[in-house]
Each structure stands twice: as structure tokens, then as C-alpha cells.
Design a binder for this molecule. Structure first.
Ligand SMILES: [Zn+2]
Length: 108
């Protein structure tokens, strides 16, 4: 794993709407990802059309499929265009966010 990949951390599971969702990496033929909302599983492709997907691809796919999962949990109809927009915008935020470094307090 290259050092630049460290920022694209993808969990193995998370809680959403009071339920645990799992994130599973697997090779998929034509898709970068898939959200099985009924089974609460997000699939992320490690290869598409025989070519390995990059960590960044996988991370963006994770954000994308999260969009589908969140709409599902909210009871909204699935909306690919909206999910694609959310993916781009959330990715922009995560890529560009800055944190203030708080100096460590000395313990007595
Ligand atoms: Zn989608």
C-alpha cells in the first residue's frame, strides 16, 4: 500500500440507521460498486473489466454506495444522479478539509 493510499481508508463495517452495514471487496465484471440495501452490504470492486481499481477509485465508490445506503435508510427513492452529485461533493470536502493542530496539553 502506497503512503498516499493511507488517506483513502475504507472500513469493513459501520453503523447506519441503527444497523451494522458491511463493506466487502470483490472482483466485479462491469461495476465499481454495488449497494445491497436490503442485506445492508456495500460491495467494492477490486477489478473492473480485468483491470485493478485504484484505492482512490475504491474510496470514491465507497462514498457513492454510501449515498445509496443513506437514501435507502431515509426512505427516499433511489436516485443515481443525486448519488453521483453527493459522491463528487463529499469527496471534494474530504480531499480538501483542513484541521487545526491543537498543541498537546502538558499533563502534571
Ligand atoms: Zn450508483
Amino acid at each position: 500500500m502506497a503512503k498516499s493510499d493511507d488517506k483513502y481508508q475504507i472500513p469493513v463495517s459501520f453503523m447506519l440507521g441503527g444497523n451494522r452495514w458491511r463493506v466487502i471487496h470483490k472482483e466485479m465484471r462491469d461495476y465499481y460498486g454495488e449497494c445491497d440495501c436490503d442485506r445492508r452490504r456495500i460491495y467494492i470492486s477490486t477489478r473492473v473489466e480485468g483491470m485493478p481499481t485504484s484505492r482512490k477509485d475504491q474510496y470514491m465508490t465507497y462514498i457513492h454506495e454510501l449515498g445509496h445506503a443513506i437514501l435507502h435508510v431515509m426512505g427516499y427513492p433511489d436516485d443515481e444522479r443525486m448519488v453521483m452529485a453527493v459522491e463528487q461533493l463529499v469527496f471534494q470536502v474530504l480531499e480538501t478539509q483542513r484541521f487545526k493542530t491543537v498543541p498537546q496539553q502538558k499533563t502534571k
